[in-house]
Design a binder for this molecule. Structure first.
Ligand code: R5P
Length: 305
C-alpha cells in the first residue's frame, strides 16, 4: 500500500528525517493564515486511496493541535485510505486524573478530538498517561524512545556501566525506568518519593534505593520547567551519587529550564527531537537524539497491516 508523509509546521524537521528514512520526500502541502491568524491548509498531492501519515507534535500554543486536526480532516476529504496522526509529542496528556472533580481529562479529550477529525490511528512516543494508553489501546500505538537513547551509550566504555543506578523521578515513571534497567546489565533501580504542592512545583520526600557512589541515570518523559529533573539531580548528588545522566523524551524547556539544567550537577542530558530544540535552548550539557528511525520503522509496520 502506498504511503505519503505530510507534516504540520512544528514537526517539519523531524518529518523530513522520517520521510528520508522511508526513502521518500515529504508530501507537498500549502499552509497559510487568514489575516486574523486562522490556519488554512491544502494538500498539493493526490492522496486518494493512499495511507496518509500526518506528523505533528502539539506542545502549546494550541494552534499546533488545531493544525493537526485540520490536516486530518483535509486528508479524509481527499479520500486517503487510512489517516494516521503521528504525534511525536502528545500535549495535554498530563491532565488524566479521573478522581478529581471539576477538572477536565484533557488527555482523553485530545484523543477523542483527533479521532473525531477522522484519524484511523494515532502513533505517538512515550505518551505521559498509562491510563489513557490502556483505555485507547486499539487506537493509540505508543512507542518508547528507549532503544534510541540506549544506542547512545554504546560508545561508552564497560566502566561506565559499573555501579549504575537507573532512577525514576516518581512512581509514575517506575515502569519506564524498569524497562531501561532490564536492558542495562547489573544495574540497580531507585525511585524518588515526590509530591507536587502545585502544578510544576516539586517537593522531594526521599529516595527508595541506593545511589551512593553510583552513576545515576534519571529516566523521565517530559522536561517542562526543569524543576523535577533539577530537584532530583540535587537530591541524588546530596546522597553521594558520583555522576548524573538523564534520558528525557520530550523537552518543553519552558521559562528558565535551560539555565537551571546548566547550573545543575547533571553531566549530560539526552533529549529526543519530538519537540524542536531552538538554537537558544542548545546547551553543552544537552545531546539531541532523533526518534526518526524509530517512527519510520513503526510507520512501515502500520502501512503493511
Ligand atoms: C511528571 O509527572 C512528568 O513525568 C515530568 O516529571 C514533569 O512533567 C516535568 O515537569 P517539570 O520539568 O516542570 O518539573
Amino acid at each position: 500500500m502506498k504511503l505519503k508523509i505530510f507534516s504540520g509546521q512544528i514537526s517539519i524537521k523531524l518529518a523530513r528525517k522520517i520521510a528520508a528514512e522511508l526513502g521518500q520526500k515529504l508530501g507537498k502541502k500549502e499552509y497559510r493564515k487568514f489575516s486574523d491568524g486562522e490556519i488554512w491548509v491544502r494538500y498539493k498531492e493526490d492522496i486518494r486511496g493512499k495511507d496518509a501519515f500526518i506528523i505533528q507534535s502539539f506542545p502549546p500554543p494550541a494552534e499546533n493541535f488545531l493544525e493537526l486536526l485540520l490536516m486530518i480532516d483535509a486528508a479524509k476529504r481527499a479520500r486517503a485510505k487510512k489517516v494516521v496522526a503521528v504525534v511525536p509529542y502528545f500535549g495535554y496528556a498530563r491532565q488524566d486524573k479521573q478522581e478529581q472533580d471539576g477538572v477536565p481529562i484533557s488527555a482523553e479529550l485530545a484523543v477523542n478530538l483527533i479521532m473525531a477529525a477522522g484519524a484511523d490511528r494515532i502513533l505517538t512516543t512515550d505518551f505521559h498517561s498509562g491510563k489513557i494508553i490502556r483505555a485507547f489501546n486499539s487506537i493509540i500505538k505508543n512507542i518508547s524512545a528507549k532503544d534510541i537513547f540506549l544506542k547512545n551509550l554504546k560508545s561508552y566504555s564497560e566502566n561506565f556501566f559499573k555501579n549504575l543506578a537507573v532512577l525514576a523521578p516518581d512512581s509514575g515513571r517506575l515502569k519506564m525506568a524498569e524497562s531501561y534497567a532490564q536492558q542495562l546489565k547489573n544495574c540497580q533501580i531507585a525511585v524518588i518519593d515526590k509530591y507536587r504542592p502545585a502544578a510544576n512545583r516539586v517537593k522531594i520526600k526521599g529516595i527508595d534505593g541506593k545511589v551512593k557512589n553510583r552513576k545515576v541515570l534519571i529516566i523521565d518523559d517530559i522536561i517542562d520547567t526543569g524543576n523535577t529533573l533539577v530537584a532530583v539531580a540535587n537530591t541524588v548528588k546530596k546522597e553521594g551519587a558520583k555522576e548524573i545522566y538523564a534520558f528525557v523524551t520530550h523537552g518543553l524547556f519552558s521559562g528558565k529550564a535551560i539555565n537551571k539544567i546548566n547550573k545543575s550537577p547533571i553531566s549530560k542530558l539526552f533529549i529526543s527531537d519530538t519537540i524542536p530544540l531552538s538554537y537558544e535552548k542548545r546547551s553543552i550539557k544537552i545531546k539531541l537524539v532523533s526518534v526518526a528511525p524509530l517512527l519510520a520503522q513503526t510507520i512501515k509496520g502500520i502501512n503493511r497491516n
